[in-house]
Design a protein around this ligand. Structure first.
Ligand SMILES: O=C([O-])CC(=O)C(=O)O
Ligand SMILES: [Mg+2]
Length: 567
C-alpha cells in the first residue's frame, strides 16, 4: 500500500536499486553500469551496419534503410557521449565513474571530478532549498527530472515529505495555472482535436513502447482551480512521478497524456502564452468520439493491461466516462475512486478514536461532485457490508449538500443521476450551518472547492454536537481548502479529528501540538495502480478499491498508534 512505511521503502529500493531490472528494462544503475553490454550492442550494430553497407547487394533497400535510419541512430543516441549526457533516462551526470567515462566516450565532456550520487543529491537539495518561492522549487525539480531522472527519483524518494508538496499538490496547481509561461520542454503526450482520426499514430510517436500506466486529463477541473485546458498537463506528470517514487513503477512505463478539446477559460484563451487549442471546449458527440478513439488506440497500441487513470475531468464527464469504460477497459478514476478509498480509510481509522462502527455515524458531504459522491458510494458500500444492510439503507446515513443546498427528495426532478440516490425526505435547507444543525452529522466532509466554507460557526456547531467531530477539508490546493488545520483545531478547542487534501503544518494550540493528517488520493493510487498492473488485472473493481481502503486504514491506524504522543 502506498503511504505505508514498508511500501515506501519498497519504492525506495525499487527506484534506486534497480526496479528497472525487475521490470525487464536495461538501464544504467550505480551497481550495474551500462558499460560493456551497451557498448557491445552499439559496436555490434555499427559492425552490422558496415557489413550491410559493404554487402548491400544481399539486402533490399528497406533493410538498409531500417539499419541506417532506425537501428544505428537509436543505439548511438542512447549510448554515446554527448547524447548520453542529454538523455535524462540514462544520464548520471558527475557520478559517471572513470570506467564509464571511457566506455561511453565521455572523456572531456565532464569536469574531472567523480561525485557519488549521495553528494549529487546533497548538492541538489541545497539548490532546491535556496528557492523560497514554491514554483521556483517546482521548476528546479522539473529541470532535474529532464536532466537526470535517476537523481530526481532518488531525491524525491529520500525526501518525500519535503518534496511531495512541490512536485505535487499544492504547488503543481500553481504550475498548471502558469504552465504556458514556465513551459520549457514537453513532458507528456498532447492529443488535441487536431489529431482526431490519428490518435494511434500520435501514441506511436511516444518513444517508450512498453507502457503500464497512463494518467490522462482533459484539464476541465484541475484540482479546485477549474478549467485550465491544456495546461492541466502538470497533473498527469505529477501523479506519475508519484507512481514511480511511491509505487515503484518504472518511470519509462508511465505515460502522461493531456487531451485538448479546447477550454472555456476566457483568461487562458486571451493569454498570448497559452499552449493549448484556442477554442471553446468541444462537447457531445465530438468529445465522446475523441475519447472513444483514444481508448481504442490505447488498447490497440498497448494491449488490455495498461491502466488508464482518469484525472481531473469535470463532473459531468468523469462519471459518464467511468461508467462507459469500466466494464470494457482497465480504467480507474482517481478523483472518484482514489479519493473515496483514502477518505474511507481515514474514517475507519478515525472511528478507532471516536468509537462505533461506520453504520452508527451520520456523514454530511459538502460538495456533491466526483469526490463527494464517490466517497459517499464507497462509504455506503462499506456500511452495507459491515452492518449487513442493503446499500439503499446504508445510503440513508449519508447526506449531500450541493451548490443549491441540501439534496432532498423534493429536488429529485432536477438532480443529476449520481445525486438522486441521496435525495432523502427532508425540508430544503440552503446554508451549510443550517444543514449541520438539522442533520447533526458526526463527520463533515468538504470537497466542493469552495474556500473557507467551514466557518467558525460551522466548526463550533460540529463540536457542540460531537465530542470528537470528524472534519475533512479535502479541496485542493491549499487556497481552496474548506478551512485550515489551525482553524479546525482552535474552533473545536482541540477536539476535531482533522484531515485535509493539501498538506498543513503541525499546529500549536493550548500548549499541545496537533499534527494534521493528509487525506489525499496520493495515499492510494500509486499502491492500487501497482497492484493492478503487477497482478495482470484487466478491470478495476469496487472490491479492489474497498480492499485498498481497508489496507490503508490499517496502516494509518498503525502510524497513529505508533507515533510518539506530542504534547
Ligand atoms: O491532485 C490532488 O492533490 C488530489 C486530487 O486528485 C484532486 O484534488 O483533484
Ligand atoms: Mg485529481
Amino acid at each position: 500500500m502506498a503511504g505505508s512505511g514498508e511500501e515506501k521503502n519498497g519504492g525506495v529500493a525499487a527506484v534506486s536499486g534497480g526496479v528497472e531490472d525487475a521490470y525487464g528494462e536495461d538501464r544504467a544503475t550505480e551497481d550495474q553500469p551500462i558499460t560493456p553490454w551497451a557498448v557491445c550492442v552499439a559496436r555490434y550494430t555499427w559492425g552490422v551496419f558496415h557489413f550491410q553497407f559493404n554487402l548491400s547487394w544481399c539486402f533490399n533497400q528497406a533493410s538498409f534503410d531500417y539499419t541506417v535510419k532506425i537501428v544505428m541512430p537509436c543505439h548511438f543516441r542512447a549510448f554515446s557521449g554527448h547524447s548520453l549526457l542529454r538523455d535524462p533516462r540514462h544520464n548520471k551526470g558527475l557520478s559517471f565513474t572513470e570506467k564509464e567515462r571511457d566506455a561511453h566516450y565521455l572523456r572531456g565532456l565532464l569536469p574531472p571530478v567523480v561525485l557519488s550520487q549521495e553528494l549529487q543529491e546533497k548538492r541538489l537539495l541545497q539548490n532546491v532549498r535556496q528557492f523560497e518561492v514554491p514554483l521556483q522549487r517546482y521548476m528546479a525539480l522539473m529541470d532535474l527530472q529532464e536532466r537526470n531522472e535517476r537523481l530526481f527519483y532518488k531525491l524525491l524518494v529520500d525526501h518525500v515529505e519535503e518534496l511531495l508538496p512541490v512536485v505535487y499538490t499544492p504547488t503543481v496547481g500553481e504550475a498548471c495555472q502558469k504552465y504556458g509561461s514556465i513551459f520549457r520542454r514537453p513532458q507528456g503526450l498532447y492529443i488535441s482535436l487536431k489529431e482526431k482520426g490519428r490518435i494511434l499514430e500520435v501514441l506511436r510517436n511516444w518513444p517508450e513502447k512498453s507502457i503500464q500506466v497512463i494518467v490522462v486529463t482533459d484539464g476541465e477541473r484541475i484540482l479546485g482551480l477549474g478549467d485550465l485546458g491544456c495546461q492541466g498537463m502538470g497533473i498527469p506528470v505529477g501523479k506519475l512521478a508519484l507512481y514511480s517514487a511511491l509505487g515503484g513503477v518504472r518511470p519509462s512505463a508511465c505515460l502522461p497524456i493531456t487531451i485538448d478539446v479546447g477550454t472555456n477559460n476566457e483568461d487562458l484563451l486571451k493569454d498570448e502564452f497559452y499552449i493549448g487549442l484556442r477554442q471553446k471546449r468541444a462537447t457531445g458527440q465530438e468529445y465522446s468520439e475523441l475519447l472513444d478513439e483514444f481508448m481504442s488506440a490505447v488498447r490497440q497500441n498497448y494491449g488490455q493491461k495498461v491502466l488508464v487513470q482518469f484525472e481531473d475531468f469535470a463532473n459531468h464527464n468523469a462519471f459518464a466516462l467511468l461508467e462507459k469504460y469500466r466494464e470494457i477497459h482497465l480504467v480507474f478514476n482517481d478523483d472518484i475512486q482514489g479519493t473515496a478509498a483514502v477518505v474511507l480509510a481515514g474514517l475507519i481509522a478515525a472511528l478507532k478514536s471516536v468509537g462505533g462502527s461506520l453504520g452508527d455515524h451520520t456523514f454530511l458531504f459538502f460538495g456533491a461532485g466526483e469526490a463527494g459522491t464517490g466517497i459517499a458510494e464507497l462509504v455506503a458500500l462499506a456500511i452495507s457490508r459491515q452492518s449487513k444492510i442493503s446499500i439503499d439503507e446504508a445510503r440513508n446515513k449519508i447526506w449531500l449538500v450541493d451548490s443549491k443546498g441540501l439534496v432532498v427528495r423534493s429536488r429529485e426532478e432536477t438532480l443529476q443521476p449520481f445525486k438522486k440516490r441521496y435525495a432523502h425526505e427532508h425540508e430544503p435547507i440552503k446554508d451549510l450551518l443550517g444543514v449541520v444543525q438539522a442533520i447533526r452529522p458526526t463527520a463533515l466532509i468538504g470537497s466542493a472547492g469552495v474556500a473557507r466554507s467551514f466557518t467558525k460557526e460551522v466548526v463550533e456547531a460540529m463540536s457542540s454536537i460531537n465530542k470528537r467531530p470528524i472534519i475533512l477539508a479535502l479541496s485542493n490546493p491549499t487556497s481552496q481548502s474548506e478551512c485550515t488545520a489551525e482553524q479546525a483545531y482552535s474552533w473545536s478547542q482541540g477536539h476535531a479529528i482533522f484531515g485535509s487534501g493539501s498538506p498543513f503544518d503541525p499546529v500549536k494550540y493550548n500548549n499541545k501540538v496537533f499534527v494534521p493528517a493528509q487525506a489525499n488520493n496520493a495515499y492510494i493510487f500509486p499502491g492500487l495502480g501497482l497492484g493492478v498492473v503487477i497482478s495482470g488485472a484487466i478491470r478495476v473493481t469496487d472490491e479492489m478499491v474497498l480492499a485498498a481502503a481497508e489496507g490503508l486504514a490499517e496502516q494509518a491506524w498503525l502510524v497513529i498508534s505508533l507515533a510518539p504522543k506530542i504534547s
